[in-house]
Design a protein around this ligand. Structure first.
Ligand code: UD1
Length: 417
């Protein structure tokens, strides 16, 4: 299994280009199941979750006509197998995004339940409740969700909890349903808004995306999808923090500054210098950072997917910072590893209390989930001495060539097989 070896202490300097957003391309790939034809998607990030989703679509009968240079042509004319098997779904929770499209397309679906994961139970009860309300008969058997439906019907549905993939799943199902669907308390993440825009370009009638209420007028068919994925805001935030923690000077290109505003504001509060351009952000360390509190929240709040990386940064800030995780119940797996590097962190339920220390020291570290791994890389870049991070398959799920991008910025980093 691969490991990443980092000698910390070098300020990052130079320019780095962001890749397409993983969380945007996954629902768009699932949405190709709503079409019958040649879908063209550009700006596809080459990460393992994307490879998994493509494999899943191939399993369902889609044909990859070509896939190179971040461009995939996917023919869904014959994607008529309703079964998403355990071995693929279990490696990636976002596989449940095919449930709504399969029911809308085939009137049946057999999708393995994603199961627990490192950052909490993460149920899909709201996805199921919504699809049942749309007329699907759903049962659970041998770890699989079985769904059957004649044509799905439009509904009015309120999400008890704001759910990103839940919103995407029901929106996709509603696009081919009969009549009007009103989804309330929906996710406003840029990835959800993008999906709605792309579906509209393919012939769907969705309005209200980007607000708390999405309305969908059902239609009978969609044209194939043709789109370019926008840059990854979580990758952008991760590189901003990596630049800040090493007291570096990094220009992040091909990014969308408006999508990372909550991260920008927190970094500025911590006394990191930030210059915003149209599609770029320059991040410069300017001496000791100040402690800042943060509370995760659905978009446009501070992203839970940046919480671990921001905590790594706060371990080296002056004073005490309090970070609250409100989206997931168990997303502090990185804390134990950061403490092994000398961080002073204590946990009280959903709250982490971080007292800044003068320095971190390199250590053997274990990646536990995707964003926790990124926080360990960030901490290791600033730590004195060598860190060896194992289980880096977690990081490969969501970051394109992270060690190459960091190497180009001057980091002393290598991957060992
Ligand atoms: C998506 C993102 C993930 C991000 C998360 C929160 C993708 C592929 N993944 O995950 O990177 O960390 O949003 O921003 O886009 N919940 C329920 N019942 C449900 C669905 C969700 O209780 O049916 C709960 C979850 O357990 C969690 C909260 O709602 O506590 C938010 O989860 P959700 O927004 O659904 O996360 P994902 O869509 O899985």
């Amino acid at each position: 299994m691969d490991k990443i070896v980092i000698e910390g202490g070098t300020p990052l300097e130079g320019t780095v280009k962001m890749s397409g957003a993983k969380n945007a391309v996954l629902p768009v790939l699932a949405a190709t199941l709503l079409t019958r034809g040649r879908n063209v998607i550009e700006g596809v990030p080459n990460v393992r979750d994307v490879t998994t989703m493509i494999k899943l679509l191939e399993d369902l009968g889609a044909r990859v006509e070509s896939y190179s240079n971040e461009k995939i042509i996917l023919d869904t004319s014959k994607a008529d197998n309703p079964e998403a098997p355990y071995d693929l779904v279990s490696t990636m929770r976002a596989s449940c995004l095919v449930l709504g499209p399969l029911l809308a397309r085939l009137g049946k679906a057999r999708v393995s339940l994603p199961g627990g994961c490192a950052i909490g139970a993460r149920p899909i009860d709201l996805h199921i409740k919504g699809l049942e309300a749309m007329g699907a008969k759903i049962s659970l058997d041998q770890g699989y969700v079985h769904g059957k439906a004649d044509r799905l019907k439009g509904i009015q549905f309120f999400f008890d909890t704001v759910s990103v993939t839940g919103t995407a799943n029901l929106m996709m199902a509603a696009v081919l349903a009969e009549g009007e669907t009103i989804l309330e308390n929906v996710a406003k993440e840029p990835e959800v808004v993008f999906l709605a825009d792309i579906l509209n370009r393919a012939g769907a009638k969705i309005s209200g995306h980007g607000t708390d209420i999405i309305t969908i007028q059902g239609t009978t068919s969609l044209n194939p999808i043709d789109c370019t994925i926008f840059p990854d805001r979580i990758e952008t935030g991760t590189f901003m923090i990596a630049a800040a923690i090493t007291q570096g000077d990094v220009t992040i290109e091909n990014c969308m500054p408006q999508h990372v505003e909550p991260v920008t504001l927190k970094l500025q509060e911590a006394q990191v210098d930030i210059e915003l351009g149209e599609n770029k952000i320059r991040v410069k360390g300017k001496g000791p950072m100040e402690s800042v509190n943060a509370r995760t929240h659905p978009y446009p709040g501070f992203p839970t997917d940046i919480q671990a990386q921001f905590m790594a940064l706060m371990t080296l800030a002056q004073g005490q910072s309090i970070i609250m995780e409100t989206v997931f119940e168990n997303r502090f797996m990185h804390v134990a590893e950061l403490k092994r590097m000398g961080a002073d962190i204590s946990l009280d339920g959903h709250t982490a209390i971080i007292n800044g220390v003068k320095g971190l020291s390199g250590a053997p570290l274990m990646a536990t989930d995707l964003r926790a791994s990124a926080s360990l890389v960030i901490a290791a870049l600033a730590a004195k001495g060598q860190s060896i991070i194992s289980r880096v398959y977690h990081i490969d799920r969501g970051y394109v060539d992270i060690e190459k991008k960091l190497l180009n910025l001057g980091a002393q980093i290598r991957r060992v097989k």
